[in-house]
Design a protein around this ligand. Structure first.
Ligand code: 13P
Ligand code: SF4
Length: 308
């Protein structure tokens, strides 16, 4: 008989005084094992508070890196080191540095989906949960460079009325939704509400009844009187929606390509139960950071945590 990974993970977790932090886009088995399950903001807050010796981060690299920035003396492991993020990859730090140099008076607001190097070049970090609050915290007379997500940036311009220069990055998962097919699905299910993440493109957001972070979409679905929802974000969140609102119906929003599961984040899905067990057993792959870089990246992150 093979190993029972769930039991082994629970045993090793106690043995190592470890905590498992998991994002809503993880496989349901990993979500169910997590000590803290949440969106990027909740997970950063949990990482800041933890007293565990080991943090096992079931999410993507920038999230685990954020946990390490906040916990230099704790061991931070991620089940699969290749769990990257197309959005974070769309903003290399040297290009951001050059953009900053062209705009010396601007405040740099960076979405947490970015590398530690990009964080270190930023004035303040935000997540999709607190982006509006963070942007409003910048004095009105200070112009803003926003990176790396152009869709979240456009949404913030609409919400706050603030003019911002936007980096042209995007998440390939959230840009894969099809407006035409969402409209067709709405016509097929006139009783359904369409909810989506602000990383979706504007034509998709235009049809949304609610837009927000994964946590805010989950709460909306739980609290709404509606019984049916078309969900425009990574479908991992639907596991929680079904758990928290078992009497409701959740339909994943369709992508442009009928033949692929393009709305599944391929990076998030690299983490598995077996890899999580191995990460706990071997305490690798570890997130390591240069101390000078960590200290620089910590400043805008702490500003965000103080503001959120
Ligand atoms: P949240 O801030 O909702 O967790 O979003 C994270 C993310 O990567 C969305 O693609
Ligand atoms: Fe990055 Fe998009 Fe995956 Fe979120 S869903 S982790 S933004 S690639």
């Amino acid at each position: 008989m093979g190993l029972d990974f769930t039991q082994e993970i629970l045993r090793l977790k106690r043995e190592r005084n470890a905590v498992i932090l998991a994002h809503y886009y993880q496989d349901s088995q990993l979500q169910d094992l997590a000590d803290v399950l949440g969106d990027s903001l909740a997970l950063a807050q949990a990482a800041k508070k933890t007293t565990a010796d080991v943090v096992v981060f079931c999410g993507v690299h920038f999230m685990a890196e954020t946990a390490k920035i906040l916990n230099p003396d704790r061991t931070v492991v991620i089940p699969d080191l290749d769990a990257g993020c197309s959005l974070a990859a769309s903003c290399p730090a040297p290009l951001l540095r050059a953009w900053k140099e062209e705009h010396p008076d601007f405040a740099v607001v960076s979405y947490i989906n970015c590398t530690a190097e990009v964080k270190a070049l930023s004035d303040i970090i935000c997540t999709s949960s607190n982006a509006e609050k963070v942007v409003r915290s910048i004095p009105k007379d200070r112009p803003i460079l926003f990176c790396p997500d152009r869709n979240l940036g456009q949404w913030l311009i609409r919400k706050t009325g603030r003019a911002m220069e936007l980096w042209k990055g995007a998440c390939h998962v959230h840009e894969a939704f099809s407006t035409e097919r969402i409209i067709a699905l709405k016509l097929e299910h006139p009783d359904a509400l369409f909810i989506c993440h602000p990383e979706c493109e504007e034509p998709v957001r235009f049809h949304a009844d609610s837009i927000g972070s994964t946590t805010s979409l989950l709460n909306f679905a739980i609290e709404s009187k509606a019984k049916k929802f078309i969900v425009g974000t990574e479908p991992g969140i639907i596991h929680q929606m079904r758990k928290k609102a078992p009497d409701k119906i959740f339909i994943p929003a369709p992508g442009q390509d009928e033949s692929c599961n393009c709305s599944e984040c391929p990076y998030m899905k690299l983490n598995t139960l077996e890899k999580t067990y191995l990460a706990l057993r071997d305490l690798t792959p570890r997130i390591e950071l240069d101390e000078a870089l960590r200290q620089k990246a910590l400043v805008p992150l702490e500003r965000m945590l103080a503001c959120a």
